[in-house]
Design a protein around this ligand. Structure first.
Ligand SMILES: Cc1cc2nc3c(=O)[nH]c(=O)nc-3n(C[C@H](O)[C@H](O)[C@H](O)COP(=O)(O)O)c2cc1C
Length: 150
């Protein structure tokens, strides 16, 4: 299985990087070929055809996902290139998970109505400080992606 983590963050070495590393290491330990890439707004995302699973994630800044990711949704072929793929979604934020479920997650899911979203996770004020949370999320992605394959 080939998977890619597509993400954006305004910080380097912040929570997003830590969570991506944990998801990536957990999947790699299961034999998944894993890459990561940022989401510039005007890139050509047709290279996603190589991957079976696309793991899309962003922190929330000022009530919205990272601006490069939001722009990539609107201005590039990112969403089109994810059609027919297994998609997993994660959101990182400073507030409570319930707030994020109601306020932030719809900003992603409204864009992914035609996509096959197999797992989603909010790393909010409780979950983002639990080192087991990204490991469990990666386990869930692996289980659902392999179940969908068989
Ligand atoms: C400028 C800024 C704005 C933020 N706005 C929000 C927000 O609107 N809602 C929220 O829940 N968290 C907000 N946060 C918290 C971030 O989502 C959270 O700290 C996240 O871990 C940042 O990821 P990073 O460390 O990888 O940059 C904000 C953080 C910053 C720095």
């Amino acid at each position: 299985m080939k998977a890619i983590i597509l993400y954006d963050a305004l910080s380097e070495g912040g929570t997003t990087d830590r969570i991506i590393t944990s998801i990536g290491e957990t999947l790699a330990a299961k034999g998944v070929y894993i890459e990561k890439a940022k989401t510039p707004p005007l890139a050509d995302y047709s290279f996603l055809s190589e991957f079976d699973v696309i793991i899309l994630g962003s922190p929330i800044y000022n009530f919205t996902p990272s601006p490069n990711l939001t722009e990539a949704f609107g201005r590039s072929n990112l969403l089109k290139s994810m059609l027919g793929k297994k998609v997993a979604l994660f959101i990182i934020c400073g507030g409570p998970e319930l707030t994020a479920e109601l306020l932030y997650k719809p900003q992603f899911t409204a864009r992914l109505l035609r996509h096959n979203v197999i797992a989603d996770k909010i790393f909010g004020m409780t979950e983002k400080n639990n080192p087991q949370s990204p490991v469990r999320f990666a386990d869930e992605i692996f289980e659902k992606a392999t179940a969908a394959q068989s």
